[in-house]
Ligand binder design. Sequence first.
Ligand code: HEC
Ligand code: HEC
Ligand code: HEC
Ligand code: HEC
Length: 466
Amino acid sequence: MANEKRGKGDNKLEINRKLGKIYKIGLALLLIGLLLTACSRNVNQPVTALKWDISDGELDPKVWGKYFPHQYTSYQKNLEVLDEDKANYGSSERSSHIASYPWKQNIWAGYGFSIDYNEDRGHVWSVIDLKNTQRVNDQTVGSCLTCKSPNVPILYEKLGDDYYATPLKEHLKDPNSMIPISCANCHDNKTMELKIVQPPLRDALKKLGKDPDKLSHQEKRTLVCAQCHVEYYFDKENKNRVTFPWTKGFEPADIEEYYDEIAFADWQHAKTGQGMLKTQHPEYEMYNDSAHFTAGVSCADCHMPYMKAGNEKYSSHWWTSPLKTAEQSCGTCHKDGPEARRERVKYIQDKVSEQLHKAGQLAEELILSIEAAQKIVGVDSDKLNEAKALSRRAVWYWDFVSAENSMGFHNPEKALHSLADSIDYSRQGIALVKEAVAQAGGSITIQPAKTEDANPTREITEKPDI
Ligand code: HEC
Ligand code: HEC
Ligand code: HEC
Ligand code: HEC
């Protein structure tokens, strides 16, 4: 989609040439494959031979699953919450981010994320995890349900924008809202075709001049995921409508510009008073303009590889680290074997992780320095205000990588560039604070947060009924 708006330089040609080679090899293999499996069903049209009768508004995956047992069995694997198979940084265990990376407690002071923030896990946990996070309370708006349940498009149809303004606790009284992410979030019940059902993505595509009902099949293999794996904000002037800030582009700088233009802040920082931005899982934005994206590879290519059950092929519906299925996820295009791919991913992620920690710790240092400097009598407030503005930027560029779930793998260049910007803003801000403190003849000491300071995560015993 962004292919149309971004420059296509020599790199693109080079990638196309290489991809051409990959496709030619792929095509040859496919032809051989088709000859060998001429009697089994075609991989690309596995559903056409079947009959199913799923009524409109049916959300229960058990009902859909009766007709599509392989997809359903793999979908049930999303219940897995142990990391026996832990590949690299990806994880399905509900570990606490604020304990593992204690600087997050100070970076988000005054905002819910500093109190409770856990590693994401399988799709089937979506509503239970939402219900149990200490970030929600009786005042929480309905907007929060938006990327958690297939009931959202139905509620939206009924309530319009009042869906967003209705309290979350009201929505959760409807048993259909307790159904976690499921078949109806991505498929049409009559045709089983992929479908964009989530209102915020439909709105965002229309704003970019795209008809959400006329997308190519390959585009949909990415955009069904972009229904939720994206940066968004609550439009406070429009009933907290969930809105994607995409009209200027998908770079962290484009989105920052968008927010600056509308003077938006997710919250006021408790230590500095600065209006801050919180990035939300921008997988799609990060992925945009990566080598894989530019080459036309979709989220589903890696995250939903074709699997075999007997001689039937189906798309895996276990959305997890593709490194657990590196053979099927990467092997269609990369012929160097699953071990080599895992090592390459680890190499990229280790580099990103090192810079990410550096950027996070520096952003904390900047915020704590501002807090301490504010207490000094006669300190230059213009300098401190400038440092506060830099803290908003440092946190935005750091969080763009921190809140994204691939530890930079989806687009190493964009991730490292964003972190370099964050580190630069923090260092500039820290220098300004030091100057102001020295001019006022004061001194400051700061105390970074520790793992032990983190508010404990709430135990969850409830299980989804899928
Ligand atoms: C070229 C393959 C590839 C593509 C395409 C791809 N991913 Fe990933 N994704 C990965 C890898 C590799 C990881 C890191 C897994 C790890 O660290 O174990 C990952 C991690 C993730 C995670 C975190 C997984 C976890 O265990 O916490 C999410 C969520 C995710 N991807 C979503 C997406 C979305 C959405 C898209 C499309 C916008 C996408 N991915 C496109 C390969 C891919
Ligand atoms: C997050 C989105 C998403 C959800 C949720 C989802 N699917 Fe899919 N499904 C896909 C994608 C992407 C494909 C690949 C489609 C393609 O390229 O033809 C697919 C393919 C299929 C196919 C076609 C055959 C195949 O395996 O490629 C069937 C049948 C199917 N899904 C059934 C289900 C059922 C049943 C559920 C619920 C238990 C479900 N899906 C939930 C995204 C989803
Ligand atoms: C309706 C919203 C929605 C859609 C559509 C969606 N996701 Fe997710 N995804 C989520 C949420 C919410 C979570 C976190 C659930 C939790 O932690 O309880 C998640 C988690 C994940 C994870 C992490 C799982 C783990 O075990 O750590 C992966 C990987 C993932 N999604 C990939 C995808 C891919 C690929 C697609 C498209 C084929 C997709 N998602 C479509 C909302 C969605
Ligand atoms: C549908 C084809 C396709 C799939 C599937 C795919 N890739 Fe790629 N990959 C490509 C293309 C095309 C490029 C860019 C080619 C180039 O620049 O040489 C690429 C480039 C890469 C690069 C960048 C080069 C480098 O080493 O820094 C890495 C890393 C990579 N892929 C890892 C993976 C992993 C890991 C998976 C599975 C999770 C995967 N790819 C799945 C097609 C694919």
